[in-house]
Design a protein around this ligand. Structure first.
Ligand SMILES: [Zn+2]
Ligand SMILES: [Zn+2]
Length: 177
């Protein structure tokens, strides 16, 4: 999908990155890719993901488009198709990140959720996407063993302190493409 910010409706125009997507660790916006350490704000596309348990962010990462694509290469084609189908079939657009975008459950009632933002420079390109834990599980259930192992390796290699079994899918090209 080619993104032309000029043609988008007002509420879909790039916005400043909201605090919800800032780094807790860096106490501000993410500055570098968590995988390759390159500067994020030079114009490349990047993705921010945070996993919340209640009010606490238990996982956070910013990953540049190039690193995201590299991880996605390890995923099986079948999983990529299933993932895309799940996202397209279930996505319910909403301008405010107040509910799960896949089942509609209000965010303040679901204790655990993932928030994803596609960014460029200091802007959020499209409204951030919220996925509750149940929907994350549904999505994970559609992935092959090979893909789940690739996800696990990615987390283990880049985020050693993260508890095993945390489902994180770096997927900028899958969500936008
Ligand atoms: Zn990177
Ligand atoms: Zn949901």
């Amino acid at each position: 999908m080619e993104l032309d910010p000029e043609n988008l409706p007002q509420n879909l125009k790039p916005q400043p990155i909201p605090q919800l997507l800032h780094s807790v660790f860096e106490k501000g916006p993410f500055k570098t890719c968590c995988v390759c350490s390159k500067v994020l704000t030079d114009g490349r596309l990047y993705e921010i993901q945070k996993v919340f348990k209640g009010r606490e962010a238990i996982f956070e990462m910013a990953i540049c488009h190039g690193c995201g694509e590299e991880v996605a290469q390890e995923f099986s084609n079948e999983s990529k198709e299933n993932m895309k189908k799940f996202l397209v079939d279930n996505f319910r657009p909403a301008p405010e990140p107040a509910q799960c975008h896949f089942c509609g459950f209000p965010r303040n009632l679901v204790p655990n959720f993932t928030i994803v933002g596609m960014c460029q420079k200091f802007s959020l390109l499209v409204p951030s996407i919220i996925m509750c834990e149940k929907c994350t599980e549904r999505l994970q259930g559609k992935l092959s063993r090979k893909t789940r192992e690739a996800q696990g390796d990615f987390i283990k290699d880049n985020f050693p302190g993260v508890p095993e079994g945390l489902d994180v899918t770096p997927s900028p090209s899958l969500i936008l493409g």
